[in-house]
Design a protein around this ligand. Sequence first.
Ligand code: A3P
Length: 296
Amino acid sequence: MDIKTDFLKKTIFTPLNLATKTLFAASDAINDIARYLHYFKVAQLEFKPRADDIFIVTYPRSGTTWLQMILYQLATDGNMEIDHIAQKVPWFERLIDYRIWNAKDFEAMNSPRLFKSHLSVQDVPKGDCKYIYMVRNGYDVAISYFEFYCSHLGFKGDFDQFFKKFIDGDVQFGSWFVHAADWKAMSKKSDSIKSSQILFLKFEDMKNDFDAQLDKIINFAGFKIPSDKLPEIKERCSFKFMKQHEDKFDHITAQIWEKGYKRSSFIREGKSGKGKMRFSPEQDKQFQSFLKKFDI
Ligand code: A3P
């Protein structure tokens, strides 16, 4: 490196890099604070739980989507008119985190409102509503989460590296141990949530005796399911059916919906000359003046 480059590096580039990094870190921190304040305002102060609301709460990779489908099927006597399950059983905190929904949007939902959530006992909205918590064997959760980290979150490490993070709670949703233990404790003692408001399920029981667990869910939620609808509902909640219709359940499509993008909006119309018609006269005027200014 010649003397001039070295001088430039020391006096300009390195301080500039540092300043940029600091600014980005500060903007991330401000963004996090803004998100938290927004979450607190909507979820804790403005959201009004209803008695027939059901929060499906899990640690990720514990069968959340399965429960979403079961609840959706039971609530609609086996409807399947969905682009994605997130439209009918939205992820409560994520819609708030993305600042897409406010209290009015939640209010506009028809009862019974069904929500997916990964919130801790401390952070979940409290009220006269119901919670279904499903726990899964921690080993299976860790492996399934590792696979998800690799396939969806760009994790490049091996399982050992992931395992350390999982154990330390240094993963997206914190410690599995704390999450599961806190919810289990709350389902036994009545505290900020009464134990009668929580149905505590195990993924393994769902696998081993689905019918018995389904009965528990139906009774807890207070659904009246016509007996002739049950076989189809069960079939639709099977792994085979959900795997066959994976695009209605997967993470990527859910994010598209949560972020407010519309399906069929990428390859859109392919026509020309219609754009200008959507401009107001004022917009058109401003646009024209810019065209002129830039000599286009
Ligand atoms: P595996 O990765 O072990 O296959 P979540 O929805 O909380 O992210 O959980 C995902 C896990 O639930 C995945 O576990 C997935 O295969 C499993 N799962 C989803 N639907 C299921 C179903 N109908 N029956 C059994 N397991 C299901």
